[in-house]
Design a protein around this ligand. Structure first.
Ligand SMILES: *Cc1c(COP(=O)(O)O)cnc(C)c1O
Length: 417
């Protein structure tokens, strides 16, 4: 079976297939879906076989509440070593004084950052959701909007860039306890120094939600929030290419508060298989190969942006500094929802997203996954052309689907599969 190549021995899908063919079939069909369509969701990637091996390991059996050397359960000697390795690698990779690698997800990391710094009812300034803020940045449907008083800043409707004058004016009038910088769809580098300056002026904490760019930071392809933010929240599964999960980085003075905010305040036992997989991913991210990968991700996103602009789409901010870009398909005569449907039929998987004019939805694309597959700027430009063809003409979907199948066939994410 295809996955057996990446998960050998007793932990392979072969074992699952013999015991539970129903589930094995779903796993294999999902692998086929991932490898025969184009994964352009900006938050997704292909983890390495080594990361998958750690995730499918017996560490999943271990209960480990607490931190290395101070657990509530016996038998933690070895998982303690694994967590120390993960923490040490994260600190070295990001030049941080302290790292917490237990957060179950990016949202859990943000929850812990707020728990470490804020009290219910405190005012927080963050990017508004209609402009690209995450659910955890004050959505009324999320704990953040229920427990804190969020004020939203936006982007300039013309340039699509963060309006730092507006950020400063809102900070001065609302005196927030914390300012959050970070977004799910902002294609440019965040000016952390500018946010730090405003935070200092009003005496606010600066929380960087670097869920998206942290992998580029690891590879030296984006500026680091670590020297500027009081707390950095991140995911480990986006560009960083590790297991699904979160982490926090901070200075030593906040280390204890951040750790207590994760456990016992917002989480129970750490998921040690995921912690070990994070360690593997941090190890991979510290290699020259990953640095080259991160830079190629950005080069590919730029090539894709150029190609989409040449096809007539409106590219927010005119391009990108990162792995992601957002576009308005209106000039091609369709709205974002229709476009996403046509693209899905053509084998191109992506999301709709906010645009600088919040009443108009756009499409968000990312190049982290296709770059892991080994695609370069030539393929990225080709993807832009296929994208435009599929969006413009519904009847071209079948032809584009065939070309997507050929393209993905040449770049298997798990070689030998
Ligand atoms: C992805 C993301 C998160 C949340 O990550 P989950 O693992 O899905 O909880 C939080 N903030 C931002 C800015 C993100 O992009």
């Amino acid at each position: 079976m295809p996955v057996a190549h990446t998960l050998e021995g007793p932990l392979s899908v072969d074992v699952l297939g013999r015991q539970d063919p129903e589930l094995a079939e779903i796993l294999l069909a999902e692998l086929a879906r991932q490898t025969t369509t184009l994964q352009l969701i900006a938050a997704e990637n292909f983890t390495s076989p080594a990361v998958l091996a750690a995730l499918g390991s017996p560490l999943a059996n271990k209960y480990a509440e607490g931190y290395p050397g101070a657990r509530h359960h016996g038998g933690c000697e070895l998982v303690d070593v694994a967590e120390r390795v993960a923490v040490d690698r994260a600190k070295a990779l990001f030049g941080a004084e302290h790292a917490n690698v237990q957060s179950h997800s990016g949202s859990s990391a943000v929850l812990a950052a707020y728990a470490a710094l804020l009290r219910p009812g405190d005012t927080v300034l963050a990017m508004g959701l209609p402009h690209g803020g995450h659910l955890t940045h004050g959505s009324p449907a999320n704990f953040s909007g229920r427990w804190f008083d969020f004020v939203g800043y936006g982007v300039d409707p013309e340039s699509g860039l963060i309006d730092h004058d507006q950020v400063r004016a809102l900070a001065r009038s609302h005196r927030p306890k914390a300012i959050v910088c970070g977004s799910i769809s902002y294609p440019r580098h965040i000016d952390y120094a500018a946010f730090r300056e405003v935070a200092d002026e009003v005496g606010a904490y600066l929380v960087a939600d670097a869920a998206h760019p942290i992998g580029l930071v690891a590879g030296g392809a984006a500026p680091s929030p670590v020297p500027y933010a009081d707390v950095v929240c991140a995911t480990t599964h986006k560009v960083l290419r590790g297991p699904r999960g979160g982490m926090l980085l901070c200075g030593s003075e906040l280390a204890e508060r951040v750790d207590r905010a994760v456990f016992p305040f917002t989480q129970g036992g750490a998921q040690m298989h995921t912690v070990a997989a994070k360690a593997v991913a941090f190890g991979e991210a510290a290699t020259p190969a990953f640095t080259a990968y991160a830079h190629q991700v950005v080069a590919n996103a730029r090539a894709l942006a150029r190609s989409l602009a040449a096809e007539g789409l409106l590219v927010t901010t005119g391009g990108t500094d990162t792995h992601l870009l957002t576009v308005d398909p209106a000039p091609l005569g369709v709205d974002a929802r229709t476009a996403r449907g046509r693209l899905a039929a053509a084998g191109m998987v992506l999301d709709t997203c906010a645009l600088p004019h919040p009443d108009v939805r756009g499409l968000r694309l990312g190049t982290a996954a296709v770059t892991t597959q080994g695609m370069g700027e030539t393929e990225a430009a080709r993807i832009g052309a296929l994208f435009a063809t599929a969006v413009r003409d519904e009847s071209a979907g079948r032809r584009v689907r065939e070309e997507v199948r050929n393209l993905t066939g040449r770049f298997p994410p798990y070689p030998g599969q």
